[in-house]
Design a protein around this ligand. Structure first.
Ligand SMILES: C[S@@+](CC[C@H](N)C(=O)[O-])C[C@H]1O[C@@H](n2cnc3c(N)ncnc32)[C@H](O)[C@@H]1O
Ligand code: SF4
Length: 453
């Protein structure tokens, strides 16, 4: 195994979209085309599938020094109300554009820390949202909660508004790792929020764990998995620590690269954690994700509806996703667009009735074919090119690139199918990279992505 790790540990995307953000073609994109594709996508899919809405709530009271998310650290809670009002204004711009009431199938509050906001402000946000929209049948609303500041009131308010799924950031339970990442979070807090969620009636509680953190050892990962098991969350995200200190404002500081486990140790942490999770009754869903068989994500895997987008894995596909709030990315299926990252600029733009996007990408026909293969690999660990429309001129080259992985036992190449083996699953990002024609054509000049291991 060490030789495979040395061979395949390269910078690589996590494929929450194809093309990946650094490869967006900014020249062919315009706000006008974004709006046109949105309208087309809305008319095609709203009545049948409904739409997804992601809302980015960026504020956190304290900086966790491992964090790669887009956040703003502040203790000034006066920021809450103007921000919620700005998000509702942005939403109104989209509702006006659609011309008829959106049916919201999926709604996710991410961050930053959604539970930085008071229950009253979260209620104002959700009720405001449904002034110009309706809930689709079988709607699924979820949010990310911080175990240190999620109150029972938050949980009850959001439940009453229709939320049934929550995920909590845990990362690691050991004191030394928590100190290194500046995130002291006692087990008791996690136990409380998990129990409240169950008592109130949430049907899916998720815990996020990370391996590969500074000063983290195999014994810490083991202890964290054992403590997690004692609370039996329905889903577990077992993330590989993404070290991206070059990203502006990522806040990854306070430790050195040499404080991180080596690639071999990190892979060992993953393997051991995975084994313990499987022994505890969890199924591996896709990259980084595990779920109990009773959870809707496992059922989605079984019935083939599982999908992946900027929110990560989801139980079904909606063609249209609107991203609200700073830095959010929207996906019309034909194009992507990202919002500005500064809170001040965002609020200024929406108050002037301008959709606050600053960059995007219009998918080409080739992008659409490649996206399909990457989605198949990420969601099902296999893809096919049986049908003419699944083929593309460079397919042979892609398969040649996979030849070595075939020899290493990571994939099995059949006449019109590619299957990722059990051994290959940890290398799924590398396998997808073989299909990533934009990456193949133009190797990055500087490091853009975290390492694949
Ligand atoms: C927005 S945060 C979760 C909500 C809340 N802010 C909290 O910290 O509990 C989403 C999750 O992203 C994951 N995450 C953040 N930075 C990461 C990194 N550099 N590498 C891997 N996972 C990361 C963490 O597991 C975190 O719980
Ligand atoms: S991990 Fe969560 S609380 Fe910590 S800085 Fe990142 S978003 Fe904020």
């Amino acid at each position: 195994m060490p030789s495979l790790i040395a061979k395949y540990n390269v910078p690589g995307p996590r494929y929450t979209s194809y093309p990946t953000v650094p490869y967006w073609d900014l020249d062919t994109f315009s706000g006008k085309r974004w709006k046109e594709t949105l309208k087309v996508s809305f008319d095609e899919s709203n009545m049948e599938q409904g739409i997804s809405v992601y809302i980015h709530l960026p504020f956190c009271e304290s900086l966790c020094t491992f964090c790669g998310c887009h956040k703003r650290i502040t203790k000034r809670h006066e920021v809450e109300e103007p921000y919620i009002k700005a998000v509702l204004r942005e939403w109104r711009l989209y509702c006006d554009l659609f011309g008829s009431r959106p049916l919201v199938k999926e709604l996710h509050l991410g961050g930053g820390t959604p539970t930085f906001f008071s229950s009253e402000h979260l209620e104002m946000l959700i009720t405001g949202l449904f002034r110009c929209a309706d809930r689709a049948e079988d709607y699924e609303f979820s949010f990310e909660g911080h175990p240190n500041n999620t109150t029972r009131e938050h949980m009850q308010t959001l439940y009453d508004l229709g939320f049934r799924r929550v995920s909590f950031g845990i990362q690691d339970y050991s004191k030394s790792v928590q100190q290194a990442i500046h995130r002291i979070q006692p087990y008791g807090n996690v136990k409380n929020v998990t129990n409240w969620a169950r008592e109130i009636g949430y049907t899916s509680v998720g815990h996020d764990l990370i391996y590969g953190l500074p000063f983290q050892h195999l014994s810490h990962v083991e202890a964290s998995v054992v403590m997690t098991k004692s609370l039996m969350p329905d889903r577990i995200a077992f993330y590989s620590y993404a070290h991206v200190p070059w990203m502006k404002g990522s806040g990854q500081r306070g430790f050195k690269k040499s404080d991180l486990p080596s690639p071999e140790e990190k892979r060992h942490q993953y393997e051991w954690g995975r084994e313990l999770l499987i022994k505890a009754g969890y199924e591996e869903i896709g990259m980084d994700h595990f779920a109990l068989k009773s959870d809707s994500l496992y059922k989605a895997l079984e019935n083939g509806t599982i999908h992946r987008n900027f929110m990560g894995y989801t139980t079904s596909k909606t063609q249209l996703m609107i991203g609200l709030g700073v830095s959010s990315i929207g996906d019309s299926w034909y194009s992507f667009a990202q919002n500005v990252k500064s809170v001040e600029e965002y609020e200024h733009l929406v108050y002037n009735k301008i959709i606050p996007i600053y960059r995007g990408h219009i998918l080409t026909h080739e992008d659409e074919i490649i996206r399909k293969h990457i989605l198949n690999l990420m969601c099902r660990f296999r893809t096919t090119w049986e049908q003419e429309e699944q083929k593309f001129p460079e397919l042979e080259h892609c398969l040649e690139r996979l030849g070595e992985m075939d020899q290493d036992g990571l994939v099995e190449i059949r006449p019109s199918e590619l299957i990722v083996t059990e051994k290959g699953k940890p290398f799924i990002r590398n396998i997808c990279m073989a299909f990533d024609l934009r990456l193949q054509r133009k190797a990055p000049q500087t490091q853009l992505f975290s390492m694949t291991i």
